[in-house]
Write a protein that binds this ligand. Structure first.
Ligand SMILES: *Cc1c(COP(=O)(O)O)cnc(C)c1O
Ligand SMILES: [Zn+2]
Length: 469
């Protein structure tokens, strides 16, 4: 494997390390690590459409996988060590109903449904890659801290492959039950830390440094390699024609970073001739990236990121006792670990950052569910963000836009029912503390007597109306 190594993203350091090492930061300067390839030594297809030939051999697990079908573009593992459970069978859906609601031309708005992965979120794209690396280095125990989906994904890979024991650290209280139930079902040892996500991540990092436990949070650079393929599938869905915009929610910023790396590499390899623009959407209750980029003008700056500016911002957050708080629990993060890589992605893709309120998130989520396959709140942020960018006229009526729906609708059903419920008390209990006061897209259940006449009345039908004419 002399065509691949781990490399520090800081240009002044640039240290490189063997892929066989287990690292989540540069040992020399503590910056993030990338997986880098010497592309001259890799047999990369000359055109992206060559990957399509693998659709004909779908009984071959590596060709079936929506991640490993593109393995020449993430060539860090020997085929026989790849851990795959059939991830990445996801769909790019053209959605003209939502396009019309956003004042866009038909055929221009697409939804990339990553909720269709085995554990119901895009995390599986990354976890197949991290689990593969864990297997390559002989790890027996994998671990992560999680707002929910990372633990569900890690746990399913450990359970299905049978290769690892699995430990997940979750913060207390704010985890959607759909996600917690998955970690428990798949057999992960689940530790509920008395603290929030950032606390849980700090603890799991400490423990993995001192013990032979393999860390699978998105500081793990291999995870992002798998997540690059979401963009490959988007391009595939569009007949390899690069869209104008990709819209993605930002939490720990691993996904947007992976997208930026994918486009950077595809451009470098000459497989695409231009990159799309990237819109990263924060919740206004967890808007670190948005604030740093828009209010404090933080940029990638050729890798010379203004670290004191970030430090000052975090300090002022602590002084104000500001903690991330949003109904979109998957993006409820104070200190996004992939911040610098996200800045690089913004640089590569001429990106923008937008924040949206919880009210906008839950309304957008309901709109998507009414017109598409449905998604969890964090994914709804994409459509809410798109709405803002349309209003600012940054995104035009005829731009082709892909919103990445990161997680499945059934991850957080409590919130959905609270939104739709006519029961004001239930709605108030779940939603109002987060600033959600109305539910314009509610579709409330109707309580009706156990009686045909009453049911017909509720359906606004009369006894005489004949069927179908
Ligand atoms: C993890 C997650 C996110 C945030 O992704 P990052 O890579 O951390 O920015 C968004 N939506 C869902 C559903 C997630 O599970
Ligand atoms: Zn370094």
């Amino acid at each position: 494997m002399n065509h691949v190594h781990q490399a520090c993203i800081h240009p002044e350091c640039g240290a490189t390390y063997d892929v066989g090492q287990i690292l989540t930061a540069c040992p020399s300067c503590n910056s993030l690590l990338d997986i880098q390839y010497d592309w001259d030594k890799v047999a990369v297809p000359r055109s992206l459409s060559e990957f399509e030939s693998r659709w004909g051999s779908r009984r071959e697990p590596l060709d079936f996988s929506g991640v490993w079908r593109f393995r020449e573009l993430l060539p860090f593992a020997p085929d026989h060590q790849i851990v795959t459970i059939g991830e990445g069978q996801t769909i790019l859906q053209k959605n003209d109903r939502l396009a019309a609601q956003l004042g866009m031309n038909s055929g221009r708005l697409f939804l990339q449904y990553e909720g269709l992965n085995p554990s119901g979120s895009f995390k599986d794209n990354g976890m197949t890659a991290a689990s593969t690396h864990a297997h390559m280095v002989g790890a027996r125990i994998t671990a992560c801290a999680s707002t929910g989906n990372t633990s569900a994904s890690l746990a399913i890979y450990a359970g299905v492959s049978g290769l690892f024991q699995c430990v997940v650290f979750v913060g207390s209280g704010r985890i959607a039950y759909g996600k917690l139930s998955q970690a428990l079902d798949y057999g992960a040892r689940t530790l509920q830390i008395r603290g929030d996500f950032d606390d849980a991540l700090a603890r799991v990092r400490e423990i993995c440094e001192q013990h032979p436990i393999y860390l699978c949070n998105s500081v793990n650079p291999f995870r992002l390699e798998g997540q690059k393929t979401i963009m490959l599938r988007v391009l595939e869905g569009l007949g390899w024609d690069v869209p104008e915009w990709i819209v993605v929610p930002g939490g720990n910023l691993g996904n947007c970073s992976a997208f930026g790396k994918a486009f950077m590499e595809l451009k470098q390899l000459g497989l695409i001739d231009r990159v799309p623009r990237l819109a990263i959407i924060n919740s206004s209750g967890a808007h670190t990236l948005e604030q740093l980029v828009n209010a404090h003008e933080l940029t990638w700056n050729s890798g010379q990121v203004d670290a004191p500016k970030i430090g000052d911002y975090y300090e002022s957050m602590d002084e104000r006792n500001e903690r991330a708080r949003t109904l979109a629990s998957a993006i409820e993060i104070n200190r996004p670990v992939n911040l610098e890589k996200a800045l690089r992605a913004i640089d590569v893709c001429d990106g923008v950052v937008q924040s949206v309120t919880d009210q906008e998130i839950v309304d957008a989520r309901a709109m998507i569910a009414a017109a598409g396959f449905g998604c969890e709140p964090a994914s709804g942020a994409t459509l809410a963000g798109l709405h803002h960018l349309r209003e600012q006229n940054l995104i035009g009526t005829d731009d082709r836009v892909v919103c990445v729906l990161t997680g499945h609708q059934l991850k957080d059903p409590d919130l959905t029912v609270a939104y739709h419920s006519a029961d004001e008390n239930l709605r108030a209990k779940k939603l109002v503390p987060s600033g959600v006061t109305k539910a314009p897209y509610a579709n409330a259940p109707v309580v009706v007597d156990n009686d045909v006449a009453a049911i017909l009345e509720a359906l606004e039908l009369s006894e005489e109306s004949a069927a179908f004419n």
